[in-house]
Ligand binder design. Structure first.
Ligand code: ADP
Ligand code: VHF
Length: 370
């Protein structure tokens, strides 16, 4: 058994995410039997003293049938109406189902602001800790009814990865209608399942696509992105079929395991690299990329070739290489309006008051390419 699987099998704290396609069908809405089977697997794990936070999609899917909507609506207002009806059904179904085991659920509906803004992030962390300490199972979803297009997470895979770090989980399990990551979309004939992803090179050349059910949002693309985020932050991930939740949660069997890369990032560095919204971009030359990414140095004005966005000193910005890839993120020390006069110039050419790093090494998180 790989180290990642062992960590998940023995975890004290897990985030389990289940997708719409595993819980709902377009015609009939919520599938109570499948929800019960998932809860059975979670309850079994809780009985082994594992604390579990469940991130559940399915509000929109569960709201379709009661509103006589045939398929997943495309416009945001109807999606929100469906989510409003469906979330209630979903929460009720979980309360009933966990009630069979005398387990209490608590509903946590998050907007992106709750994790993107650092003060809110800490607040959410306190809520989860208290719920878990009281023995409840937090059931999380995006607060779809109030989220607008601009501020939506859009997919719960990313939300689950952020929550996993937020609560300092030992592992993340993403349950879907497919039993893992394949080297191509399994709908397109012969494809091979990837059993272990121990580093980024295991993902080279894979064709990862969108949802097949018409109910899911991000498809395998968002699951792989979320798995990479969690793994980069030191959290192992298992992508598996909801139908095999018992094996996945009980023994970390089946599916695709993503190994944790390195040690766990601090809350601040994780927030900076993966959770915070970006207010702009700094374009770096090759020398600056090497200094910042490989040598972990501060970013100086001399290595910046261009700037875009609308940011102020203290905001988070993306650092971009000449091929337009985001190679790092960091807190910028100047307002956007100050930078055009400084960039490309070395420190000794600058007036004293501007002779400081544009992004200090302590405020900078290098990212892996993908
Ligand atoms: N390389 C791949 N490996 C596995 N599944 C893939 C791949 N590419 C696309 N998919 C599709 O992604 C779907 C899962 O995504 P989605 O429907 O969004 O699930 P969920 O609702 O659980 O989030 C699968 O049903 C599958 O058809
Ligand atoms: N918040 C939405 C789910 C969004 C989402 O990510 O869906 P999925 O791809 O099925 O995990 C809902 O509850 O319908």
């Amino acid at each position: 058994m790989s180290e990642a699987r062992r960590a998940i099998a023995e975890a004290d704290r897990l985030v389990v995410k289940v997708g719409s396609s595993a819980l709902t069908t377009a015609g009939d809405g919520l599938d109570a039997a499948r929800l019960d089977a998932l809860v059975d697997a979670i309850a079994e794990r809780v009985s082994r003293e594992t604390q579990i936070v469940l991130v559940s999609s399915g509000a929109i899917g569960a709201g379709l049938a009661p509103l006589s909507l045939g398929s997943r609506p495309r416009d945001l207002a109807t999606q929100q109406a469906a989510a409003s009806v469906g979330q209630l059904a979903l929460a009720h179904a979980y309360a009933e189902s966990f009630g069979r085991y005398s387990l209490t659920v608590g509903q946590v509906l998050l907007t992106s602001d709750d994790v993107v803004r650092r003060a809110h992030y800490r607040n959410a962390e306190r809520t989860f800790s208290r719920l878990l300490a009281l023995g409840a199972v937090p059931v999380v979803n995006e607060n779809d009814t109030v989220a607008t297009e601009e501020i939506r997470f859009g997919d719960n895979d990313r939300l689950a990865a952020l929550v996993a770090h937020l609560i300092r989980a030992d592992g993340l399990v993403l349950l879907s209608d497919v039993d893992g990551l394949y080297d191509g979309d399994p709908r397109n004939g012969s494809t091979r399942k990837i059993v272990e992803v121990s580093d980024e090179s295991d993902l080279d050349g894979l064709a990862v696509g969108r949802s097949s059910s018409g109910l899911g949002t991000g498809g395998m693309v968002s699951k792989v992105a979320a798995a990479r985020t969690a793994a980069a932050a030191g959290i192992p991930v298992l992508i598996a079929a909801a139908a095999e939740a018992k094996d996945a949660l009980g023994h970390a069997r089946g599916g695709t395991a993503f190994h944790a890369a390195g040690s766990r990032l601090s809350a601040r560095r994780f927030w900076l690299g993966y959770a915070a919204g970006s207010s702009g971009r700094l374009h770096l030359d090759d020398g600056a990329v090497a200094a910042v990414v490989s040598r972990r140095r501060s970013l100086l004005a001399a290595g910046i070739t261009g700037v875009d966005g609308d940011f102020q000193a203290g905001d988070v910005v993306d650092l971009v290489d000449p091929a337009q890839r985001v190679v790092a993120r960091g807190v910028v020390a100047f307002d956007v309006g100050e930078l055009p006069d400084l960039i490309g110039r070395s420190s000794h050419e600058l007036p004293d008051e501007q002779r400081r790093e544009v992004v200090h090494a302590d405020d900078l998180v290098p990212l892996r390419h993908g």
